[in-house]
Design a binder for this molecule. Structure first.
Ligand SMILES: Cc1cc2nc3c(=O)[nH]c(=O)nc-3n(C[C@H](O)[C@H](O)[C@H](O)COP(=O)(O)OP(=O)(O)OC[C@H]3O[C@@H](n4cnc5c(N)ncnc54)[C@H](O)[C@@H]3O)c2cc1C
Length: 455
């Protein structure tokens, strides 16, 4: 995703080669290098906007292939980590995109590769950087058992969580960069179901969030995706992790802080076996702070930072980082001195936003971090809890909360005076005592009755 989007932007400035280890399928099919595609992926509205800015019309192309625009204030049934159910308000400002990750990638890939200025080198592995500590001049690659060198004015590493950039930089003689890891020990278990009853179109996303202060944290999501399917992901932290046992999946869903996902799945027919992943730690490399940085090289996407996926921010950061890349390239020439460092610094902004949201919660899981939560982190987390409570019961507060959660604005927005006033003084509707599914929605899932609209 990051590599393809970056290629689209770079093509306005140079001939571009995308080096990809996998043989890329022609359609929305699974592949080895993208194991996370089997788990639920939600693209928040900030990411949808960034994607649309990079590839105008792409949302429509995705929708034509079965992706679903979810108006998140209405189409989300969600239980907050601190326990309350969010009310559903009629409001269409935040529109998320829901589909399988395979479909998302296939449509983006096909669109980007239409550009003749971009060459794809599939089944080709990036092995090392070429050049010196002052300037990267290309890459060493391997394809079909033979090695080769590609020269380049700019190399972007977009190789995801397992990026070897720290080793490549060390091999050029550069000092290590600061890294941080906050690992809640979360395990994801996912399974695809045929959408039960008459829920194939317009059924809300159902989400039960884990509470970092009630370890083990357990949560789950039903993500309605293309092809009349539900992609169901369940997750648990240390001491409460799900397994790949098909027979245990439903029981785990019933043990979440609320059993609604288990209830909705009771009569649903699974289409796949359960798959699990432990690749969920928040892990960041602070390249933008490196004491020395070579010309001609930048790192983007998960290769810079991966986040606990329950917050669903990685794809949005990826698209927003590429917009940052585009902005820098429009200001500075490809050969300009300091270009690579400017890209790295600009790309760090969306990373900062997603990082503070994820780590601000996850530091509370036992054993997640070397350093226990600081006093400031505790104060901020307590305020965020209050903001979530206000958002669950007041549409204006929810709008601000969603501006932040959707990656449309920075988390600092939560602390602006109007939001603080809403949190402490705003009128709030009473707490809900259960998931705000409408009766027609429940009946649609269980008895196949037609879906009604939300009041
Ligand atoms: C379980 C899970 C669920 C997630 N859910 C969400 C979600 O709901 N919403 C969201 O926004 N984000 C989510 N994410 C995060 C999202 O998957 C990532 O942010 C996103 O994939 C990052 O894209 P990328 O292009 O940077 O890296 P990747 O998608 O990992 O792509 C890296 C690419 O590099 C290739 N590659 C790797 N090494 C080499 C090499 N040496 N040479 C050549 N090619 C190489 C790989 O084959 C792959 O194609 C989730 C992540 C996980 C793990």
């Amino acid at each position: 995703m990051t590599g393809m989007l970056a290629a689209a932007v770079l093509a306005d400035h140079a001939d571009v080669t995308v080096v990809e280890r996998d043989l890329l399928p022609s359609g929305p099919e699974p592949r080895k290098g993208l194991p996370q595609a089997r788990h639920a992926h939600v693209l928040w509205s900030g990411g949808v906007k960034a994607l649309e800015e990079l590839l105008p019309g792409i949302t429509e192309q995705l929708v034509a292939r079965g992706a679903w625009r979810a108006r998140i204030m209405t189409d989300l049934v969600s239980k907050a980590p601190s326990g309350q159910w969010f009310r559903r308000f009629n409001h269409s400002h935040h529109t998320n995109l829901l589909c399988s990750r395979d479909l998302l990638d296939a449509v983006i890939r096909a669109r980007v590769l239409e550009d003749r200025r971009i060459t794809l080198r599939p089944q080709t592995e990036l092995l090392a950087l070429q050049g010196s500590a002052n300037r990267v001049s290309g890459v060493r690659i391997r394809a079909a058992h033979s090695e080769d060198t590609l020269t380049a004015d700019l190399v972007i590493d977009a190789s995801g969580r397992a990026s070897r950039a720290p080793v490549w930089l060390r091999d050029l003689g550069l000092p290590p960069v600061l890294e941080r890891k906050v690992d809640a020990g979360l395990v994801y278990a996912s399974r695809t179901y045929r959408a039960p009853g008459s829920t194939a179109d317009g059924f809300p996303i159902v989400n039960v969030q884990a509470d970092p202060r009630q370890a083990p944290g357990k949560g789950g999501i039903i993500a309605p995706i293309e092809g009349g399917r539900w992609l169901v992901t369940l997750a648990g932290t240390r001491g409460g992790q799900p397994t790949a046992d098909n027979d245990a999946f439903l029981a785990f869903a019933r043990e979440l802080p609320h059993p609604v996902i288990g209830e909705l799945l009771a009569g649903a027919e699974p289409e796949t076996d359960v798959v699990t992943t432990r690749s969920t730690a928040n892990k960041r490399r602070y390249y933008e702070r490196a004491a020395r940085w070579p010309e001609g090289f930048a790192v983007l996407g998960d290769a810079v930072a991966g986040y606990n996926p329950v917050y669903g921010h990685g794809l949005s950061v990826s698209a927003q980082s590429v917009i940052a890349l585009r902005r820098v390239l429009r200001r500075q020439d490809l050969g300009a001195r300091g270009l690579a460092r400017s890209i790295q610094k600009a790309a760090a902004r969306p990373v900062d936003n997603a990082w503070s949201l994820a780590v601000g919660q996850d530091v509370f899981y036992p054993g997640a971090s070397d350093q226990p939560p600081s006093r400031l982190e505790r104060i901020l987390a307590a305020f965020v809890d209050r903001a979530v409570d206000a958002g669950s019961r007041n549409p204006r507060a929810l709008r601000v909360l969603l501006d932040v959660m959707s990656m449309e604005t920075s988390p600092a927005r939560l602390f602006m005076p109007d939001m603080v006033a809403l949190v402490y003084l705003g009128r709030k509707k009473p707490l809900l005592d259960g998931p705000p599914l409408t009766e027609p929605e429940r009946r649609a899932a269980v008895a196949g009755a037609p879906l009604g609209s939300v009041e």
